[in-house]
Design a protein around this ligand. Structure first.
Ligand SMILES: [Zn+2]
Ligand SMILES: [Zn+2]
Length: 663
């Protein structure tokens, strides 16, 4: 990778004026030995670089070129004490180009310094040259204009483009960038549909996109360093979502979170460019308001913004919204979930979600700390109060390789009687990671994205009338009862209507339907690219007891440049329709039903006799209650007794197995 860049950099035409070589070597700067740097030097060759070189005073702008790699922190570049800028914070090997303004060089000895803001970061820098021409001329830059328009209306679209240069692994640097764009190497977002910047000569693939409701458009441009190039690309809306608002409830900025790389000014552009209609600002323990910057950027009509907060505690992170701008910050200095959530609500929050419950690692996550039993949904001795409205089953920034892992956690919690819903969010901290890669589709009037009724949205979230999307839109209904609603079941199968929609660059493979977390139906989806929208009606056998009815669409992972999933799946999760099978007019959870059954059975023996009549989810809850209530000394005997009598039912045996709780 590094070698490629060096070769590219060395392609200097014979007519070019000679460059001054300031530092011919590559150097390891920093304070740590590192085998990864062995190709240059395993041990640091200094904590900073200071190079003296001979030159003459410059009457015009010149160009400093620094090859760099593994730069994570701020490194300052100065010439004769005049700051020229910073190295680019990037891991890949790239060339950093810095303008040397007129008069910075002097006749005779000159001094270049590269030093870290603070010691701690180890980098490779070197092969430093000074080109006597201004940047534009030295790099033979070419101005490029790209317009992205809606195929149907012809209107220009807030959108993103990705640029890849043939033969170069690293994303290309953009120069002379027009005001109002949010850019990183090889990535640009526009709020008004027009991009303008300059690029070095080369063959580029350009990919335009606008999130998961829109097509992608690809084109090639060949730049020879002369004249200018303009390109028109069109995007087509492929996923219609009337009655559902595309919402990202978890979005950060560097400005107010202190990490990542997206300023709040850049953030509002990236939100509009991904087709998000409702954005909740969730910086860590901070109330961020986008409104003013959104209006200043001309994006007031693109989306509704909400002040939220990622209440960040040692025991877990919560998304809470909405807040008034001057609302007091919720407490984040203790670990009592019940009190934390009550405090958030007391300060204005209508909706609270538990974020990335399996982060930073499964075994050191909040759910592990609280000893979640992944089969029964019970917690260990210090059970948290489940006072929040949902959990992030999909957090695009902290995805698990196993796409079903958090789904299983969630099913267990539903069966244990917690009325919490599945949420998807992006948790993006950077310009590159797309806003809305994880998103929710929440029921509501979406005709005017600038005038979304936030109170109504909050009510829909609390009612579970939304789905979680990671590339695939899913919505379900039985008759006129939608997600979060309760439907009465009789003896006939339930006709579950499942809408699956996706852009042409996403491939869904199957729909799986779960009753109380147990798979009851599966439907294969063909992958014909034209079928962006399909409606399946799946006959679900009427459940024995009240049950949650959940449909999930599974698809392939993506390696498209604008939405790389980094995991081998895409997903869409419809929140439960609650099935009232016993005709009492309301939903009773497996846990509540098990409580009643155990109370009525009067002892393990009687319960065992009745176990056959219970579905797996309810039977497991009954066994969990029995085990919880049994004295320590009799627990093993009880388990053996039940295991012998449970008729080989796999789910029950799994629960009773010694390691059952850990699975
Ligand atoms: Zn977090
Ligand atoms: Zn976050």
């Amino acid at each position: 990778m590094f070698a490629t860049s060096l070769v590219l950099a060395a392609l200097v035409a014979p007519s070019d004026p000679p460059r001054i070589v300031i530092e011919p070597r590559l150097l390891h700067l920093g304070n740590d030995s590192n085998d990864r740097f062995a190709d240059v030097s395993r041990d640091p060759q200094g904590t900073r670089l200071e190079s003296a070189f001979e030159a003459t005073a410059n009457a015009g702008e010149q160009l400093l070129i620094v090859r760099q790699r593994d730069v994570d922190d701020v490194w300052l570049v100065a010439l004769n004490g005049t700051p020229l800028g910073e190295l680019t914070r990037r891991r890949e090997a790239v060339s950093r180009h810095l303008r040397v303004p007129q008069g910075v060089l002097r006749d005779g000895e000159n001094r270049l310094t590269i030093e870290p803001r603070r010691v701690g970061d180890d980098v490779i820098v070197g092969s430093i040259e000074l080109d006597p021409r201004p940047l534009f001329e030295a790099l033979r830059l070419e101005r490029v204009t790209v317009e992205v328009v809606d195929t149907r209306s012809g209107e220009r679209l807030p959108s993103r483009i990705d640029l890849l240069r043939r033969g170069d692994v690293a994303r290309p640097e953009l120069f002379e960038i027009a005001a109002g764009l949010a850019t990183r190497p090889g990535i640009a977002y526009t709020g008004n549909g027009t991009f303008a910047f300059a690029l070095e000569p080369g063959v580029y693939d350009v990919v335009a996109s606008r999130g998961m409701e829109w097509s992608e458009a690809r084109a090639e441009i060949v730049l020879d360093g002369q004249g200018q190039t303009s390109l028109d690309l069109t995007l087509r809306r492929e996923v219609e979502t009337p009655g559902f608002i595309a919402s990202d409830t978890h979005v950060h900025t560097l400005t107010y979170s202190g990490h990542g790389d997206s300023s709040v000014e850049e953030r509002v552009v990236t939100i509009a460019a991904q087709g998000i209609e409702l954005a909740v600002a969730t910086d860590h323990n901070h109330h961020t308001e986008y409104r003013e910057l959104q209006d200043a950027a001309g994006l007031g009509a693109s989306f509704t913004s909400v002040i939220g907060n990622e209440v960040t505690t040692d025991a877990g992170h919560f998304t809470a919204f909405p807040f008034a701008k001057d609302a007091a910050l919720p407490a984040f200095d203790h670990a009592d979930y019940g009190k934390l959530v009550a405090d958030m609500r007391g300060k204005g929050a209508e909706v609270v979600f538990l974020n990335h419950p399996r982060w930073p690692r499964i075994e050191s996550s909040p759910f592990a700390t609280f000893e979640l039993n992944r089969i029964s949904g019970e917690f260990g001795a210090s059970a948290p109060e489940i006072a929040f409205d949902g959990i992030e089953v999909i957090n695009a920034n902290t995805l698990l390789d196993d796409g079903e892992y958090l789904l299983r956690d969630w099913f267990a919690l539903l069966n244990a009687g917690h009325r919490i819903f599945a949420v998807a969010s992006s948790d993006t901290h950077t310009v590159g990671e797309p806003v809305g890669m994880g998103r929710t589709y929440v029921a509501g009037a979406d005709a005017d994205p600038a005038a979304i009724d936030v109170d109504a949205v909050c009510a829909a979230y609390r009612a579970g009338n939304f789905s979680a999307a990671f590339g695939i839109f899913v919505a379900t209904a039985v008759g006129d009862v939608g997600m979060g609603g309760t439907v009465a079941a009789g003896r006939d199968p339930l006709p579950l209507r499942v809408d699956v929609r996706r852009p042409s660059w996403v491939t869904p493979r199957r729909i799986v339907v779960y009753l109380n977390g147990v798979e009851v139906a599966q439907r294969r989806l063909d992958d014909s690219p034209g079928a962006n929208s399909r409606r399946e009606t799946i006959e679900i056998p009427p459940p024995r007891h009240d049950a949650t009815l959940v449909a999930v669409a599974f698809g392939d992972g993506l390696d498209v440049p604008h939405w790389p999933t980094r995991v081998p799946y895409t997903l869409g999760i419809a929140n439960p329709i609650f099935v009232d099978a016993d005709g009492d007019g309301e939903f009773t959870s497996p846990r509540a039903l098990a409580e009643r059954t155990v109370a009525a059975a009067n002892g393990a023996e009687a319960l065992l006799a009745g176990l056959a009549a219970l579905d797996d989810a309810t039977a497991i809850q009954a066994l969990a209650i029995l085990r919880r209530d049994a004295a320590e000394a009799t627990r093993t005997a009880l388990e053996a007794f039940v295991a012998a009598g449970c008729d080989g039912r796999e789910a029950l045996l799994l629960f009773l197995a010694p390691n059952g709780s850990a699975r």
